[in-house]
Ligand binder design. Structure first.
Ligand code: MG
Length: 381
């Protein structure tokens, strides 16, 4: 029985900001949630979205609904939360709060049953997951200096064994094209992806998509606004590069609407935002019915990264064949001490490969003492 529900709002001010097509980050924020069972076991989750708001949604609205709940009944808990907020929160920040609770309940359920989250997700197809490095964000320097910094940073990831890298585009078309070509020239054998974070209109996306085609990029992420989902099909008819999107989308119904419009080749729900890891399994089933693979967006700290690892460990790649393409885990390398220095047990990643944890639950553990240094506000019910 869930006896205590705690939330921890964490913050870290960065020494140097970094940016992408929409804005610059100068502070890292995180909202962690802990569900404490009557046996003393704790399940941990995290929410993507504005931490003050997800914290308030949990502490004031969802926590009273889940106090006293049996953590083995995680699907029923999701439905309970869904129905209680259906009239005003079918999508949005409150779904981010539900996602963190769902992640924490799955972690707790795994611990109570003595199995890992990938086993709860149907069992493993693989014990290792190939990773790609996310990084190479923009800095407030000249474009010439920025390009050099990006190539240098990328080279560091390749030296560490990453076989796939994702760059940011959407600064301006001239720089974007130069960057895309320079990366390909420098890293001829590396799998490359480009992410515009919905910075382009359709003609711009077509133009960039053609450059990505020419340079053999593996996917074009969020080329267009999630508000104009019907444009993805038009883009896909003009370019060959696979189109990836979905980090702003939520729930099985949201993905059904998005994918039924066509043009999207890779679905990217964030497990800390889309409705949680169990909702992501439903999104995966929907995507599979459209012949689309689901490759999570992963941002934040180790809990979300571990969730995505278990999700990919249990993924069946469409279409099945003797030598299928391997799904790729997003490993964010932007500065974040709450991801890199705050876990007693962290995910093991070396040579660009993540080891799927065997321990019960998510298999990662926040260090409560280390967490205190980042904690700005705590709640408990
Ligand atoms: Mg993205």
């Amino acid at each position: 029985m869930i006896e205590r529900i705690r939330t921890y709002r964490l913050q870290h001010k960065l020494e140097e900001s970094f940016g992408f097509s929409q804005w610059h980050y100068d502070t890292r924020n995180a909202l962690l949630v802990e569900l404490v069972d009557s046996s003393g076991a704790s399940g941990w989750g995290e929410c993507y979205g504005p931490a003050e708001v997800t914290q308030s949604a949990i502490s004031s609205f969802y926590a009273p609904l889940l106090k006293g709940w049996d953590p083995l009944k995680n699907e029923a808990a999701w439905q309970h939360c869904w129905r209680a907020s259906l009239d005003f929160a079918r999508k949005g920040v409150m779904m981010g709060a539900v996602s963190g609770l769902d992640m924490a309940m799955l972690d707790l359920k795994g611990k109570l049953l003595g199995v890992s989250v990938s086993e709860l997700m149907g069992g493993r197809q693989r014990d290792r997951v190939f990773c790609y490095a996310t990084g190479m964000y923009f800095r407030k320097v000249s474009e010439e200096a920025l390009l050099e910094m990006i190539l240098e940073e990328a080279s560091g990831y390749v030296d560490r064994g990453f076989g796939a890298l994702k760059i940011k585009v959407g600064k301006n078309l001239k720089f974007d094209e130069l960057q895309v070509r320079s990366m390909r020239n420098r890293f001829s054998d590396t799998q490359l992806m480009a992410d515009s974070n919905h910075a382009y209109d359709l003609p711009e996306a077509v133009r960039m998509g053609r450059v990505l085609d020419e340079c053999g990029y593996a996917w074009f992420e969020e080329p267009l606004s999630p508000q104009h989902a019907s444009l993805f099909r038009q883009l896909s008819e003009k370019v060959d590069v696979p189109i990836a999107t979905g980090e702003c989308e939520q729930t099985r119904w949201g993905f059904q609407d998005l994918l039924s419009l066509g043009g999207v080749n890779i679905a990217q729900p964030d497990l800390a935002y889309c409705g949680g890891p169990t909702e992501a399994l439903k999104i995966r089933a929907i995507a599979s019915s459209h012949g689309v693979n689901t490759v999570p967006h992963a941002w934040g700290t180790m809990l979300n990264l571990a969730s995505a690892t278990h999700f990919l460990a249990s993924a069946y790649v469409e279409p099945g064949r003797a030598e299928p393409a391997e799904p790729l885990l997003e490993v964010d390398n932007t500065p974040n001490p709450m991801r890199d220095e705050m876990y007693e047990v962290a995910l093991e990643i070396s040579n660009g490969v993540a080891v799927v944890p065997d321990a019960p639950g998510l298999g990662v553990k926040p260090d409560l003492k280390a967490m205190e240094a980042f904690c700005v506000y705590k709640t408990e019910l």
